[in-house]
Structure formats: structure tokens, C-alpha cells
Design a protein around this ligand. Structure first.
Ligand SMILES: [Zn+2]
Length: 247
């Protein structure tokens, strides 16, 4: 599943193409009223975590890429994939495949908490801390994947942030020393920006320290691969270097 930084890259590619342009036709197999998009001018293109948002007057097209979503410009490159939405402009055509498409009505600011997006200028670490404290018995692996707290963080970021901060995926919020919680929140944002930079350089995988790896880069012992917590997403971690802080 594309994580927040990958969506931000798509946003950066699409914003200059779409902004200020009028939609001439909208088609596809998404279950939306395509008529609502006809002749509408794109105000801006934004992202919130894993959501790509195409903003029209009083209406927003929300694209969620799910597990295998993708897009292309000017050419329907993926003819074997389900074409959910095709947006035509005077000179360009944008295709979205195998994603979830929804139309959101009304003011987007009422629907999205921009302060929860780890890549946003409006990111608010104090607010994240407050939200985390509401779940004392939750595991950190679940907390990091909670899009209401860390919008944009996905499984790779989760694994790498837990390793950077030397925290065990199954550590419970209530047991974490305050300074460790501070660094967890800080690194969720820092690592997301590193991810963004490395993804643009095509060097993301080369920078993984634990995700899909066999051995701990610090103590060399074998990493554990488990599916912890409620989210049950693949975790790679070192049981010697990453602590649970069990009382
Ligand atoms: Zn280790």
C-alpha cells in the first residue's frame, strides 16, 4: 500500500497538470455520479496521509490507492487493471486504476484534520501526543498505523521508526517513558521526510534497516518477523535492541 510520502509525490506530479483546468469528461467504473464532475474547474490538488484529494468548487474527489492502486497520464497503460476513473482535460487525460474513488461534498476542512498529517506544514506533535495518551493499553505498532493520529504512516515507516527509536512493536503506550514517546512522535515525521527524499532518489529500499531484513544492523542477531497487535501487519524487529519497557 502506498504510504503518505508516495501520495505526496503523486500530488506534486498532478497539481501542475490539473490546477486551474476544467474537466471536460469523467468516466470509469467507480460508483460515483460522474455528471457532478463535468465542466468543473480543479481548484487545487492536495494530499492527506494516504488520500489524494482533487478539490473542485464545493466538491472533492478522494482517491485512495488501497493495496494495488496506480495511475497514468495521457495513455491507458494498464489495460488489464480496473479503470476506476478517467478525468479528461482539454490537453491531458488522467487514469486511476484499482483505487477507491469517493466524492466528498462540502468544506474539506470540516472533514480532514490537517494537523494529523505527518507530512503537513500543519502537523501538530502535541496533539498527536494527546491522542496517543487516550490509548494507554494499545501497542505502539497499532498506534503508529492509526491514521487519525499519524496520517500517512504505513507499515514500512512503522517498522523503521520503531527500530530508530529502539522501541518494541508490542510495547504498550502506558509503559513508554515520556522522552521515548517524544522521540517516537518526532521520528514518525522525520522518517516520513527521509522516505520522501529516498523515494524520489529511487533509493528507498537501500535505506531500510529492518523492514524485510534478516539481521539487526546493530547487534547482528536475527530479526523477528511477526504480525502483532490489532492491525496484524508484518513487523520486523530486534528483540535485543528494541525495548518493551515492561514494568
Ligand atoms: Zn539488535
Amino acid at each position: 500500500m502506498p504510504e503518505g510520502p508516495s501520495i505526496l509525490i503523486i500530488k506534486e506530479q498532478l497539481a501542475p497538470v490539473m490546477t486551474g483546468k476544467k474537466i471536460t469528461t469523467a468516466t470509469g467504473n467507480a460508483k460515483i455520479d460522474f455528471q457532478l464532475l463535468f465542466n468543473k474547474k480543479v481548484k487545487s490538488v492536495n494530499s492527506w496521509g494516504k488520500h489524494l484529494l482533487i478539490m473542485l468548487p464545493n466538491l472533492t474527489v478522494r482517491v485512495h490507492f488501497l493495496m494495488f492502486g496506480s495511475w497514468s497520464m495521457n495513455e491507458q497503460t494498464k489495460t488489464n487493471r480496473s479503470l476506476r476513473l478517467k478525468l479528461s482535460f482539454q490537453k491531458k487525460e488522467i487514469y486511476f486504476y484499482t483505487c477507491s474513488i469517493r466524492l466528498l461534498e462540502g468544506d474539506i476542512n470540516d472533514l480532514y484534520d490537517w494537523e494529523a498529517d505527518v507530512l503537513s506544514d500543519k502537523w501538530n506533535p502535541g496533539k498527536a501526543r494527546k491522542k496517543i495518551k487516550e490509548f494507554p493499553n494499545s501497542m505502539l505498532c497499532d498506534i503508529l498505523l492509526d491514521q487519525e493520529i499519524f496520517s500517512g504512516v504505513g507499515n514500512i515507516i512503522k517498522n523503521e521508526v520503531l527500530f530508530r527509536t529502539k522501541l518494541h512493536p508490542e510495547a504498550l503506550v502506558k509503559n513508554i517513558p515520556p522522552r521515548k514517546l517524544t522521540s517516537l512522535i518526532k521520528e514518525a515525521r522525520n522518517y516520513s521526510f527521509d522516505f520522501l527524499k529516498w523515494k524520489k532518489e529511487f533509493t528507498l529500499k537501500a535505506h531500510w534497516l529492518v523492514h524485510t531484513k534478516k539481521n539487526c544492523p546493530v547487534c547482528k542477531s536475527t530479526l523477528l518477523k511477526t504480525y502483532p497487535g490489532k492491525t496484524k501487519r508484518r513487523a520486523f524487529f530486534c528483540k535485543h535492541c528494541q525495548l518493551k519497557y515492561n514494568k
